[in-house]
Design a protein. Structure first.
Ligand code: GRF
Length: 210
């Protein structure tokens, strides 16, 4: 059987992309990254792809006349690289119903909070941590979830919490949460590519623990 292909979609620095690259190198994920798709030009994720001989492409929504044209480009790219799975690793755009339905239960996203807190519209990047601090949350964390048609609404695979400590700034909190992200995402991706995740409604079950 051929090695499964993962398309990683990014918009920024790509520390989560790096965590996936490192996990693959260590043999912790039984798959290869077939391409990195960035929603923005010039981001450091593209450099990481280059440094690791991973093909990359920039697909910016604003360059397309319609959502349909954008989707066509995205889906053609995914099929050109034979992508079996998609991982959104700091990807700041929303995938359309069309893309999501073609990759049903095959797309994972990492979000830097305990969903359903501090997620959805406007909650991305440092803003998530600003919101957690402004709310006075005592715990926050990271969530890996399947992507459905909504924003941060798909079935949850893993969550891990960390305390919000006195003196935390959004940046300090972000760093602490990112350490969790870099562990949780490769773990979830490894199970996904090995076909070990079973989605039962909102519930994600790890197959060998059935
Ligand atoms: C991460 O916190 C991720 O959860 C969020 O955006 C950030 C991206 O970081 N969606 P990086 O590009 O992986 O370094």
């Amino acid at each position: 059987m051929r090695l499964k292909n993962i398309a990683v979609m990014v918009s920024g620095g790509g520390t989560n992309l790096q965590a996936l690259i490192d996990a693959i190198k260590k043999g912790e994920i039984n798959a290869k990254i077939c391409c990195v798709i960035s929603s923005k030009a010039g981001v450091y994720s593209l450099e990481r792809a280059r440094n690791n001989d991973i093909p990359s492409i920039v697909i910016e929504k604003k360059e397309f006349l319609s959502e349909q044209d954008y989707d066509t480009k995205l889906l053609n790219t995914l099929s050109e690289f034979n992508a079996d799975f998609i991982v959104l690793a700091g990807f700041l755009s929303i995938l359309s119903k069309k893309v999501v339905s073609q990759y049903k239960n095959k797309i994972l996203n990492i979000h830097p909070s305990l969903i359903p807190s501090f997620c959805g519209k406007g909650h991305y990047g440092i803003k998530v941590h600003e919101a957690a601090l402004a709310y006075g949350a005592k715990v926050t964390g990271a969530t890996v979830h399947f992507v459905d048609e909504g924003m941060d609404t798909g079935p949850i695979v893993f969550q891990e919490a960390t305390e919000v400590l006195p003196g935390d700034t959004p940046e300090i909190l972000q760093q602490r949460v990112m350490k969790i992200e870099h562990r949780l995402l490769p773990k979830a991706v490894s199970l996904l590519v090995d076909d070990m995740l079973y989605v039962d409604g909102r519930n994600v079950v790890i197959k060998n623990s059935l």
